[in-house]
Design a protein around this ligand. Structure first.
Ligand SMILES: *Cc1c(COP(=O)(O)O)cnc(C)c1O
Length: 566
């Protein structure tokens, strides 16, 4: 059993995130943001970095996804039992929400690395006997409920989180906000470090803004205006009591609405986007702010399939904790790369055939597409011209889909339904499956088991994207629109293939579909079936030119040197 006092000896970086993907069976994440948070913490543990994670317990999870005969998504509760994984600490803190005191407890989960490093993660919980029935539910559902529910969660996370760290006895040297959901923490810090001066000629002098800014690091993930978390001040003042005067809040969080991104931007000394293009997009959205770029990465050990793990162990010892070693991927014989890939592919295809009876084949070029089902990800770009797809791919292609749509995202649900219907129509020509309940375990299975990883986001909505990096850890080749991280990872014909126009050019779906079909027909399908050595060379380039760099160890070293130690 872990003793919390072990973690209190030295000052730590507090890493706040609304969702953290710790492991597949703790369903407190919905997609890329949460999995990135998990990878961040896993790398910190490997590297022995002094971090402490703070998130919500969300005891009823995000949701478990079923899909009926007609392709309708069915959302089932995904309850889990915290006691199986963590212990509740004795400390209690409270926040005032709508004039009621809400008590908060924290559960301690410890992420342990094989290097011996450990990172504690606090899961905040309001489901306590002493709380009002309504308040007990605040930490039940990830991204559930209405605006008021969301804002209450953000009060618990941001303000409650800072208070809990303090109550337990953590000394915090930086507060890192992973996206704006936790940016109310800046207000708690403003209040805490208020200057003690008796007579001031300017009321604003009592707020030690510089000190708070010095303590805060903010990573933004949202590339479009509409995506930022915003709240009506009427709602804000009803729910949030006793923190800072409304004029102060408006000065930092925006005059018309409380914009959580703006609040974090104004009160953080270091701000970054999650890829180079995303920095440019963010600078245009928020002119005048200094915004840096630290491109995301994935946790190499977590996202490497067991068959590749043992291959890398044989030829590139030390790879897991120093992914730079992948530059020497050329040491691995081609046959062994292919054999490991075929083992991972066989495992996926057996899973598909067992769960769906689709009759997938080991030998056919397999395309994977799995991520949150939401409109901008355009899961159906591949079906822009179904006749053409059939003429190119009949007998030569099979396609695996997966992904959840947010319960309120109707266009996202419609995408699932559309793919489901097309899969039925094309059954005898091109085999297509939509696997249920995408989560971290299924992600690894699909990502490592396909031949090509497809991504077709509408530009500039893909701030970074990380699933393609996971594919590269397993020698799977990326075929994607030039947005987010892929702009930095792509070298045409070496590390993968692009779809559509140059980086920064707006999406043109007709041109993108044309490019998608053209490259499939003229480059990708011939290379796969007629030039296996050429194919394996690109698999090796994915490992040696992408995986060596797009990992969370490199990302964390940059956060340490550029954001945490300044
Ligand atoms: C990696 C991952 C994502 C992110 O995928 P993108 O294609 O980068 O959006 C989403 N969900 C799960 C379960 C993942 O593992």
């Amino acid at each position: 059993m872990h003793n919390i006092t072990d973690f209190l000896k030295d000052p730590r970086i507090a890493y706040f995130s609304m969702e953290i993907g710790i492991r597949s069976d703790i369903p407190t994440y919905s997609g890329g943001l949460g999995v990135l948070a998990g990878d961040t913490i896993r790398s910190a543990a490997d590297m022995n970095l002094p971090l402490v994670g703070v998130t919500l317990l969300t005891k009823k999870g995000y949701f478990r996804q079923d899909i009926d005969e007609d392709g309708n998504q069915i959302e089932l509760p995904d309850e889990w039992n915290p006691e199986e994984y963590m212990v509740q600490l004795p400390q209690r803190v409270s926040v005032f929400i709508q004039e009621r005191q809400v008590q908060i407890a924290a559960w301690l989960y410890v992420v342990e690395s094989i290097t011996g490093g450990r990172v504690p993660v606090l899961f905040l919980d309001t489901d306590l006997d002493e709380n009002h029935e309504e308040d007990r539910g605040i930490t039940h559902y990830l991204y559930g409920g209405d605006q008021a529910y969301r804002f209450k969660q953000e009060i618990v996370l941001g303000i409650g989180g800072v208070r809990m760290l303090d109550e337990i006895g953590f000394e915090i040297k930086k507060y890192h906000m992973n996206e704006g959901h936790s940016s109310l923490l800046t207000l708690e810090l403003l209040k805490r470090y208020k200057r003690d001066i008796e007579e001031v000629w300017d009321e604003r002098l009592i707020w030690d803004v510089e000190r708070v800014r010095d303590l805060c690091v903010f990573t933004t993930h949202t590339p479009v205006e509409a995506g930022h978390d915003k709240f009506d001040y009427e709602l804000v003042t009803t729910l949030l009591c006793d923190i800072v005067p409304i004029e102060v809040l408006k000065e930092f969080g925006g005059q018309d609405m409380l914009n959580m991104t703006l609040l974090a931007l104004n009160l953080s000394d270091y701000v970054n986007g999650v890829a180079k293009m995303h920095r440019e997009v963010s600078r245009n959205m928020f002119p005048g702010y200094e915004i840096h770029a630290i491109t995301n990465g994935v946790h190499t050990y977590t996202w490497t399939h067991p068959h590749f793990k043992s291959l890398f162990d044989r030829y590139l010892p030390g790879w897991a904790n120093e992914p730079e070693i992948f530059v020497r991927v050329g040491k691995i014989p081609d046959e062994e790369i292919w054999a490991s890939h075929m083992q991972a592919k066989k495992e996926l295809i057996d899973y598909i055939n067992e769960t769906t009876q689709a009759g997938f084949s080991y030998e056919i070029l397999t395309i994977g597409f799995a991520r949150r089902a939401t409109a901008y990800k355009r899961a159906d770009l591949l079906f822009s011209d179904i006749k053409r797809l059939v003429s190119i791919g009949e007998g030569k292609l099979q396609i695996v889909y997966a992904g959840k749509a947010h319960p309120k995202d109707e266009p996202g649900k419609a995408l699932i339904k559309r793919i489901h219907q097309i899969a039925k129509e094309l059954r005898d020509k091109i085999k297509i499956v939509y696997l249920k309940n995408y989560n971290m375990d299924l992600a690894l299975k699909i990502i490592a088991g396909v031949d090509v990883w497809l991504n077709t986001p509408q530009k500039p909505y893909e701030a970074s994207g990380t699933s393609g990096m996971k594919a590269a850890q397993n020698g799977v080749i990326n075929f994607s629109v030039l947005d987010g991280w892929w702009i930095e990872g792509h070298i045409e014909g070496y590390t993968g293939w692009s779809i559509g126009g140059a980086p920064g050019e707006p999406s043109d779906p007709i041109r993108e579909a044309e490019d998608l079909y053209g490259k499939l027909q003229n480059i990708i399908i011939p290379l796969f079936y007629e030039n296996r050595p050429g194919w394996i060379k690109m698999m090796k380039n994915s490992i040696g030119m992408i995986a060596y760099y797009f990992n969370s160890h490199r990302m964390m070293r940059r956060y340490v040197t550029e954001a945490y130690i300044r």
